[in-house]
Design a binder for this molecule. Structure first.
Ligand code: PHE
Length: 370
């Protein structure tokens, strides 16, 4: 039988208590019958709604109808009752009762959910190791944008428009740039060298920086190529920097990276932004420089005993001309720069035969470097 609020005629303490007990009993029974969220809503509305809810009715029927001398006693009773009913209504929940308590039981002695934290990617790891070697020599880290302008990627690095050296670094160009002057057109940077100029615009000499980052070239992916790869650039500028400083710094870095027994070897090369330029070779750390692995030829060094690791050279005075106003007068300062491909070094370091493993995202491969 559903509960309805009775009119009171007897306002004695005993009668009030009886009426309140009946009301609480009804509310308790209804709270226990709540099974769903919809039940819960109608239960709450029935008891608590401002307009015609049971509490409001009690207020109207029991309080307002009370004779003067009983008002105080009735007021206190009704207040107590309201508190109790509010507690009951607030404590009710869908699926109330013992069953739901059992289903909500949490065994706090069980181990928690383990979230694997993952591992550093082999290329990031190699890159950090190389950067750390230079940080110990006092170099700081600089970075720059991957989407770069023609000016920073080519022109200010002494690749004039239409110069054939641009062909060696073909890349992906951002569409719809034809209406802009050539130097403002956007492309995916082909090397980290644009950050040389960007940093020299911001910081006066002397500077010593290393620049890790991703670069892009128009190379279809195969075992030794990828249209996206990683480089680390280095730049040191001060008064009286010589090729001897370049050789000493890189010889030290190679020994720190590949072991103290490696030998270094510089061969003349060409880059538009360095003069003179060189390629640095180290004795093959797979075969130790012999060109052989047991009876077999050593593949990574193509049996030569030497592995090319980077391009380098003395900063071309034409490059300094672009940042002359920030303290880089080529008559007063000199510097050296170098740039190496991290992916190839990681490949050699881990003895892999295919660069593509690094980019396929196969966790079974990647987790080995954790
Ligand atoms: N930026 C050159 C490249 O990507 C490498 C390099 C950097 C050469 C600095 C000399 C000095 O091929």
């Amino acid at each position: 039988m559903t509960y309805t609020v009775p009119k009171l005629t007897d306002y004695s303490a005993a009668a009030l208590e009886k009426a309140a007990d009946e009301c609480i009993a009804a509310c308790t029974t209804e709270a226990e019958a709540v099974r769903s969220d919809a039940d819960l809503k109608s239960f709450r509305d029935r008891w608590m709604a401002r307009k015609n809810g049971i509490l409001t009715q009690i207020n109207d029927l029991w309080l307002k109808g009370a004779p003067k001398e009983a008002k105080r006693e009735a007021g206190m009773r009704v207040n107590e009752l309201k508190t109790r009913i509010t507690e009951l209504v607030e404590g009710a929940h869908s699926g109330a009762g013992a069953d739901s308590l059992a289903s909500e039981f949490v065994d706090i002695s069980l181990p928690g959910i383990r979230r694997p934290i993952g591992a550093e990617h082999a290329i990031v790891k190699t890159s950090n190791e190389i950067v750390a070697v230079f940080q110990k020599l006092g170099y700081s880290v600089a970075e720059g944008p991957v989407v770069e302008t023609d000016y920073y990627n080519f022109e200010s690095l002494n690749f004039p428009p239409n110069h054939p050296a641009r062909d060696t670094q073909d890349t992906l160009f951002i569409a719809g740039q034809q209406s802009k002057p050539q130097r403002e057109r956007l492309l995916l940077r082909t090397h980290t060298s644009p950050v040389q100029i960007r940093t020299m615009e911001q910081m006066r000499p002397p500077i010593r920086i290393v620049i890790p980052g991703t670069v892009h070239r128009n190379d279809p992916p195969d075992a030794s190529h990828s249209p996206m790869f990683h480089q680390i650039e280095g730049l040191a500028v001060d008064t009286n920097i010589t090729f001897g400083d370049l050789k000493g710094t890189l010889d030290h870095a190679m020994k720190a990276l590949f072991g103290s027994s490696v030998k270094t070897h510089f061969r003349p090369s060409f880059f538009p932004f360095t003069e003179p330029s060189a390629e640095l070779y180290v004795t093959c750390f797979i075969c130790g420089g012999s060109g052989k692995r047991g009876a077999d030829p050593c593949r990574p060094c193509k049996q030569t005993g030497w592995i090319e690791v980077l391009g380098c050279g003395m900063v071309d005075p034409n490059v300094f001309e672009f940042v002359k106003d920030n303290g880089y007068d080529p008559k007063k300062v000199s510097g050296f720069a170098f740039g190496m491909g991290v992916d190839r070094l990681a490949l050699l370091k881990y003895g892999l035969d295919d660069l593509q493993y690094f980019f396929q995202g196969d966790v079974r491969f990647l987790e080995q470097f954790g």
